[in-house]
Design a protein around this ligand. Sequence first.
Ligand code: BG6
Length: 255
Amino acid sequence: PIVKELFGLSDLEEEVRRAFGLKRVIVVPGDSDESDHVKLELGRAGGRVLRDSLSSGDVVAVMGGSTMAHMARHFSIPSQMKENWFVPARGGLGESVDYQANTIASELAKRAGARYRMLHVPDHLSEEAYQTIMQEPNVGEVVDMIRSARIVVHGIGDAVTMARRRKLTEETRDELVKDGALAEAFGYYFDRQGKVVHRMATVGLRLEDIEAAEHVIGIAGGASKGEAIAAVMRFGHDDVLVTDEAAAREALRHI
Ligand code: BG6
């Protein structure tokens, strides 16, 4: 708290909280774009928020990305949570292994002494393949569990950056820009107003599951993500935002 007062971050947290109607906002000092140390602190802060939110028996659905990976790598908990489950929120989204939701769910579960399930479903399924794969008992079971998650934890990305990272075709990328996509979170692309303009075809958490989840935690920082963060907060289903100073200030410029 002393450090926060020093940087005046409590005021900033409150300002962001009010601007986007959130329950809680945590702001760490600095800019993740400029420093890996800040990104690490962001991950740590995200881990603390998750730890405080957990209760016995919870199912936690997690997304992928480098910020989530930082969080998982440094997650710690005072006592084991054997009754809890960590599951990937969605199937593969074309990320490298370290950044995949499966990897992050298993890492968190190990650190929490909890259990996990994996979802091994490739991207870009045809409608027919999708129907077939969903009938696999194992897949169906995991998907049901994912959709029942009480807690959802996710990163937020800039739309164009994420479209590239996920190797969307140039045509789709152009379309996204034309539709005003600014942000990407949980496989959905959002415009300035927080309206969904595009979605990735993959198995797992749907928009209605995010709307229904009791506790949604967004973790994202760096000035370059400020506008994207504002767009996802406009979408309006996050309860908690964990961010850094640079992103918070930038997000406030886009309300
Ligand atoms: C993931 C989300 O958690 O984080 C994505 O599922 C988001 O939707 C991504 O875009 C951001 O990744 P990074 O590496 O910038 O933290």
